[in-house]
Design a protein around this ligand. Structure first.
Ligand SMILES: NC(=O)c1ccc[n+]([C@@H]2O[C@H](COP(=O)([O-])OP(=O)(O)OC[C@H]3O[C@@H](n4cnc5c(N)ncnc54)[C@H](OP(=O)(O)O)[C@@H]3O)[C@@H](O)[C@H]2O)c1
Length: 337
């Protein structure tokens, strides 16, 4: 893995070891930080390399996990692909649609997946099932809202809110040069939801950001046409919230701990004309499930890749459009590309 001392490594590396058939073979930090990386390596019985390039030259490494600041994802995903490694890259895969497409072109037969871990959690799978997608999926939904008695009718509105107060000191999220800002940190989770839930792209988007020099938060609207929209808010400074709601013509589905995926049982509330019911989903480790799915894809089961590259391209396109909408102070049209 690249970025051995990152906070997120503390979640993902232990998960690798828990998935049968997978080991943390080697880790690397930036050049000159080999001592810190060595401590991480010892915890996982892995080799340590001095610098990311050295790890990419390790013939025993089949796949690379990129857990770097957002600004570094594209560079190191591309270098890992050039070195013939499969790539699991942290969200956001890239800060532009064009960069996602470059990664896609470079991948060839190698597996590349953006690490939206919540998509692998049984809570998320249950929501997709309730929406009418069926057993297999936490991929794109078809928006019918009638699966397995979900009974919410036609999906019309997605509301999503992700906020948490984040320490500022030394935090990559507050550095514009490192791809900081709420849009790419928490916002991308919020606009990921309407993209899979409606299964189509928005025709236009609107956003108002606050904060400087990075956006500390935003309110955004995505217009999907035919009366379908998403209303989002996200922030790096407001009190904790990780909630989305899918509003249909006959009811709604809401998820309280959507992205802070529950280690206790998850609760999905379904409100229909027949009343209110709660669907309880057993606790699970979304990181472990994500690693298992990625490893399956590397071994040839590509159907386990529930966050396909074209979805990542759409997420990046929407992120870019929201930034543009805030800058121009108006709707940004996405139909005339
Ligand atoms: N999926 C999730 O649940 C989740 C949760 C949190 C974060 N993330 C994503 O994971 C990535 C890392 O986030 P994090 O919270 O783990 O960040 P972090 O703790 O700041 O770690 C980032 C790591 O990147 C490396 N790095 C390389 N160049 C750097 C630079 N110029 N400045 C600072 N660090 C640099 C450092 O590792 P070395 O010195 O060891 O190389 C550093 O420890 C982000 O893309 C974030 O969006 C995902």
């Amino acid at each position: 893995m690249l970025g051995a001392t990152s906070h997120i490594a503390g979640r993902v590396l232990p998960a690798v070891g828990r998935v049968p058939g997978n080991v943390v073979e080697a880790v690397a930090s930036r050049p000159g930080r080999v001592a810190a990386a060595g401590e991480v390596a010892r915890r996982f019985g892995a080799r340590v390399h001095d610098g990311y390039d050295a790890l990419l030259g390790d013939p025993e490494v089949d796949a690379v996990y990129v857990a770097l600041p957002n600004s570094e994802h594209v560079t190191w995903a591309l270098r890992a692909l050039e070195a013939g490694k499969h790539v699991l890259v942290e969200k956001p895969m890239a800060l532009s649609e064009q960069d996602c497409l470059r990664i896609g072109r470079a991948a060839g037969d190698l597996v590349v997946m953006e690490a939206y871990m919540y998509r692998f959690h049984p809570q998320q799978r249950k929501v997709v099932q309730l929406l009418g997608r069926g057993e297999e999926g936490c991929g794109e939904a078809e928006g019918r809202g009638e699966g397995e008695g979900g009974g919410i009718g036609e999906l019309r509105v997605v509301r999503a809110a992700f906020a948490y107060p984040t320490p500022v000191e030394g935090n990559i999220r507050f550095d514009p040069a490192l791809g900081g800002g709420a849009t790419w940190d928490v916002g991308c989770y919020a606009f990921d939801v309407p993209l899979w839930a409606f299964g189509v792209e928005p025709c236009r988007v609107w956003a108002r950001f606050h904060g400087d020099p990075v956006d500390l938060g935003a309110v955004a609207v995505l217009d999907f046409g035919d009366g379908r929209s998403a209303v989002l808010d996200y922030s790096l400074e407001y009190g904790p919230r990780a909630h989305y709601e899918l509003q249909g013509t006959r009811g709604s589905i809401s998820v309280r701990n959507a992205w802070t995926t529950p280690h206790e049982d998850g609760v999905i509330t379904v409100v229909t004309l027949d009343g209110v019911r709660e669907e309880v989903v057993p606790a699970a480790d979304a990181y472990e499930l994500q690693v298992a799915a990625f490893a399956d894809a590397v071994r040839g089961r590509r159907e386990s890749l529930v966050v396909p590259l074209d979805h990542s391209v759409r997420v990046a396109r929407v992120g870019e459009a929201l930034i543009r909408a805030n800058a121009v102070g108006d709707w940004v049209d996405l139909t005339s590309r």
